[in-house]
Design a protein around this ligand. Structure first.
Ligand code: ATP
Ligand code: MG
Length: 312
């Protein structure tokens, strides 16, 4: 039985090979690259050598097979990923602008990914699970996917697992109040929260990121890790607030750094590291993840992380 589980959107990313090639003009694309925030997380965990599984839905098509092949090859248990014939696999088209921002076009609510439902979350599969990772993106694909996430959280807690949560929702699409409502049940249950600055302030209504994170700890979340890209991360607990700098690397593609980081953090916790050690370990995974194009392509195996950490 897997020790770590995640669930939610499976999709392929198809991206512009160079910056400033907008999506509303003809031009080149590269891909498909297997993706989806919770899928990147689970692939990071698998490559670090920890047994893990994923719950999600793909279409019976080439993109679905591309995702399944990658997850399986990296060691993820894909037996609970459902393949359906009446919908196609999720797709994200991505273009990078020279100012570092990204333009996305998603084929997701209409895709197979949106069919994830509570029936996909089997109680017996969560027996023995040590950690469950939930993302805001998975909560927002569809009503049934949200219910699946809430059911997984409840079962994971019943089985004594830790719950980690990355509230990576885009408020532009849903509005702040709706986002808070979606996240609240998971915030109440989670042991580790991994927001970026904008997500932390959105959740609490504070203007200041660090203040928001302290409020999230005060409301009962034991560990909050604020992710700040090249500026590293800040770990908040009841009695500490520690900044862990990012490792200097050449960034090729920033997509997925946060999910890779989360995978590293959860693996480090299961290995018994302190929160600050876990943040340093996770920062190495995040740094290595951005050195290759494609969200999963730079994910390291454990030996590569150890070699990287002893070289810096
Ligand atoms: P995403 O862009 O996938 O939404 P995120 O915003 O959730 O990611 P980031 O803060 O971008 O998360 O990245 C998580 C962690 O990965 C950072 O805290 C940092 O440790 C590491 N990281 C990200 N980008 C870089 C980089 N360019 N160089 C070194 N480390 C990085
Ligand atoms: Mg980022």
């Amino acid at each position: 039985m897997p020790q770590v589980l995640s669930l939610g959107e499976l999709l392929v990313e198809v991206m512009r090979p160079a910056v400033d090639q907008p999506l509303d003009e003809p031009g080149q694309f590269v891909g498909p690259y297997p993706s989806g925030a919770p899928a990147i997380f689970i692939d990071a965990v698998a490559r670090l050598g920890v047994s893990c599984g994923f719950l999600g839905v793909v279409g019976d098509d080439a993109f679905g097979r591309c995702i399944l092949r990658r997850l399986r090859a990296d060691g993820v248990d894909v037996r609970h990923i459902r393949t359906v014939t009446h919908r196609t696999t999720g797709i994200a088209f991505v273009s990078y602008r020279s100012d570092g921002s990204r333009q996305f076009l998603f084929h997701l609510p209409q895709s197979a990914a949106a069919l994830l439902s509570p029936e996909d979350v089997r109680d017996d599969y969560l027996h023995g699970v040590k950690a469950l990772h939930v993302t805001g993106s998975a909560l927002s694909i569809s009503d049934c996917a949200r219910e699946a996430c809430h059911r997984a959280v409840n079962l994971a807690k019943q089985h004594g697992a830790i719950v980690s949560f990355d509230p990576n929702i885009r408020p532009e699409l849903l509005g702040v109040e709706a986002v808070r409502e979606l996240c609240e049940p998971v915030l109440q249950a989670c042991d580790v929260l991994l927001p970026s600055g904008g997500e932390a302030t959105m959740l609490t209504g504070d203007a200041d990121e660090e203040k928001a994170c302290r409020h999230l700890v005060e409301r009962g979340i034991p560990i909050v890790v604020l992710k700040r890209g090249v500026q590293g991360c800040v770990v908040f607990t009841d009695n500490e607030q520690v900044h862990v700098p990012a490792f200097p690397v050449t960034e090729v593609d920033p997509t997925g750094a946060g999910d890779a980081f989360a995978g590293g953090f959860v693996v480090a916790m299961l290995r018994g590291m302190s929160v600050v050690e876990a943040a340093r370990f996770a920062s190495a995974i995040g740094a290595l993840a951005v050195t290759r194009q494609g969200p999963m392509e730079g994910l390291p195996i454990l030996a590569e992380v150890e070699a990287f950490l002893s070289s810096v």
